[in-house]
Design a protein around this ligand. Sequence first.
Ligand code: 2M8
Length: 443
Amino acid sequence: MSALPTLVRRAQQVLDHNRRGAWTCPSSALYAHQWLWDSCFIAVGVARYDPERAAAELRALLRGQWANGMLPHMIFADSSHDAGSRTIWRSRTRAFAPRDVATSCITQPPLLAIATSRVADALPGAQREQLLTDLVAPLVEYHTWLYAARDLGSGLVTLIHPWECGLDTTPPWMQELGRMPLPIWLRVAVRLRLARALRALRYDTRHLPASQRASDDDGLRMLVLAIRAGEHDFELRRMPRDTSVLVEDLAFNSLLIAANRSLERIAAEIGSPVGPELQQSFRRTEAALEALWDEPSGQYYSRNPASGDLIRTPALSTFLPLFARVPSRERAARLVSLLRDPEKYWPAWGVPSVPVDAPGFSETSYWKGPTWVNTNWLIAEGLAAYDESQLAADLRRRTIELVENAGFWEYFSPLSGAGYGAPDFSWTAALVVDLLALTTPAP
Ligand code: 2M8
């Protein structure tokens, strides 16, 4: 027990080290900018000990909001050595983008309403009201944009790039990306393994072993996809179906459902309820998510909106509908037994991003096998919502132990518990603070 306060102190040190004024970068070693869902996870943890800082973290995300309502997945830091990623987007040339900060032109999982609720719960009365009052309009604009720009009629939001789902190299997305028709120069590059030569231009592989990151070919395809989307101003409805990679993403839509509910509560509390049209969209998403269930395998999958086919490649996003509280008891029970299978999702250190018996599983490779603190946090919340409190507590305890033993890494081997990726990673630190608060009885 005596080790727990030390872990909280060390987590706070990591978060202080990565602090850049009002916001916190994911890792000083690798990620210099502000990321959308990172800041939401960070705020949830920081709210446990400094709710005002947590509120500022969320407010800082609004700097990047576009005039059409979109919240970009990255807001670039002014002085950064990583100029490359900013030039992919050239946000200042886009009609709706803010002029005073450079941003990416795509979004990321919409956790802001959820984080806002959690931070507000930690603030005293007047500050709580202020935060909710200030954030409700930007949140309504963001959710309205998600439906107006990205719902092609199914009730689910369609993503235009794997970076939007947050689980960047997750196999279902890499499978779809692998089918993307390539320009001739890229086909030649892939055949001749020239992509490897471009590694020198990549920021991540200058700092980390290439085996722990997106492969050279996947990295190049992701880059091509971003450039192609830019040719159509990142507008889904303008993008050609044959050369784009579009996915009704399971993780994103599950988190959206939970965020929609948070937004409805926030709006009701401050006396300006969400309008009927948006409410209707919210209800449609809840119903539409159930169409992503595959009865024979007892799992949820993402879907290709063009073909209407489920992308039946297993990944941990199958458990995120639990966070959305959508599955029936029967479906939840099937997910729980899948989760408990040590050959798949419950090795020594769960939950791996890909089942350990899947063909492409790699214990060290980014979203293709490692276990991550943020997804463990989401899955534990989902389990607790389905009265699986023992399993939730076990997952939370194992996640804390993982970090206590190895340090605040970006991700971990689910087999050995060793840490990989970026060191001193902010959401790992923040969510450990939250997990400790959830698992330690109040004095
Ligand atoms: C990773 O994604 C970025 C691109 O957005 C990257 O690979 O450089 C993902 O793990 C993503 O979920 C995360 O938000 C970001 C920063 O931690 O890193």
